[in-house]
Design a protein around this ligand. Structure first.
Ligand code: ASP
Length: 327
């Protein structure tokens, strides 16, 4: 099910940010796990595909496993889901019909791994982790990333499913090779988790903007743009139009805002304000940030209404909605 139809079914697409959901979902203000983080785990991730991903991550967190392993396992679930048209297998191709993937991961020790413009590999997040664990580098791209993956036991897979091929062929009839930039055609999964030891890690993975130019890379594999983690402060992830996030080093900015004392939600809001201030118009462009602070407090903010995220901690598993800037 697409995020759009999910929102439609739930009827929450038009709710004002911060309004308490009629479905009993806690919002960032009324039920935040305002706990002393020690010994308690929490995971948050973007969009409603985050629910299934959080569930996977929780299988590790609940037994005291590491946040790093949890975020990798969690987002792999979205990558391997052929119904999910914005990540991994079944991801929307570029305008020439190639599925090209971007992903990155960052851990509590400030280590980072990333792949961009990677084709034919179902789980780019695990390749990113291997870049982090096994090489002296942070980022591999394109053919080099593919070669590294194949040399390390990853299998070549056709990522263009029949359904996504059909949609691409339909798109080609009218799209005139213009990359559409709107609120609905991008849905990265970004995930942040704190484990029982109080350590934070994050992961971010996407097929990027639907029908992008061949070779286009967005914010998602860029450390500091799509994802940033600092174990002294917390972490942030971004989703939406990557160009806006890259120009403002979005996730890094959110973490630095928290370092200066802002709450997670205020930190995300200030980053959204920066994007709006630096661009002439963001009328048809969505960006959403999520932040998780070391003390377990979380929050999010988006340019437009409609950005929701999955939240899981002991005793709670459900969707939450961010506040937003533009009505
Ligand atoms: N941020 C991603 C990109 O621009 C898209 C998304 O969030 O789905 O590639």
């Amino acid at each position: 099910m697409s995020r759009r139809s999910f929102l439609k079914i739930l009827g929450i697409g038009g709710l004002a940010g911060f309004a308490k959901s009629a479905f009993g979902f806690p919002t960032a203000t009324d039920k935040a796990p305002n706990f002393d983080n020690k010994g308690k785990a929490i995971v948050i991730s973007t969009w409603n595909h985050g629910l299934a991903a959080n569930k996977e991550a929780w299988t590790i967190l609940k037994d005291g496993g590491k946040a790093l392993d949890a975020v990798e396992k969690g987002v792999r679930d979205s990558e391997s889901d052929p119904e999910n048209t914005t990540v991994g297998l079944g991801g929307t191709p570029d305008r020439d019909g190639n599925v090209t993937l971007d992903a990155c991961i960052m851990d509590e020790n400030g280590r980072a791994g990333s792949v961009a413009f990677l084709q034919h590999i179902e789980n780019p997040i695990s390749v990113a982790r291997m870049v982090m664990d096994k090489t002296p580098h942070v980022m591999l791209v394109g053919d080099g990333a593919l070669r590294f993956a194949l040399e390390n036991g990853f299998k070549k897979t056709n990522l263009l499913t029949e359904a996504s091929k059909k949609r691409w062929e339909e798109w080609k009839k009218t799209a005139k090779y213009e990359t559409p930039i709107n609120i609905e055609n991008h849905d990265t999964i970004g995930m942040l988790a704190i484990d029982k030891d109080g350590n934070i890690s994050g992961a971010c993975t996407t097929s990027g903007l639907g029908y992008k130019m061949h070779g286009r890379v967005g914010d998602s594999p860029i450390i500091g743009a799509g994802l940033y983690v600092d174990n002294e402060v917390g972490g942030a992830v971004a989703t939406g139009l990557g160009e806006l996030v890259m120009r403002t080093c979005g996730s890094f900015l959110v973490v630095e805002n928290m370092r200066r004392g802002m709450s997670p939600e205020k930190a995300c809001k200030a980053a959204v304000e920066r994007i709006i201030a630096k661009h002439k118009s963001v009328e048809d462009m969505q960006v959403g940030f999520l932040a998780l602070r070391k003390d377990g407090k979380y929050g999010g903010y988006s340019i437009h209404d409609g950005f929701d995220y999955a939240l899981t901690y002991e005793g709670y598993h459900g969707m939450t909605k961010t506040a937003f800037m533009v009505k």
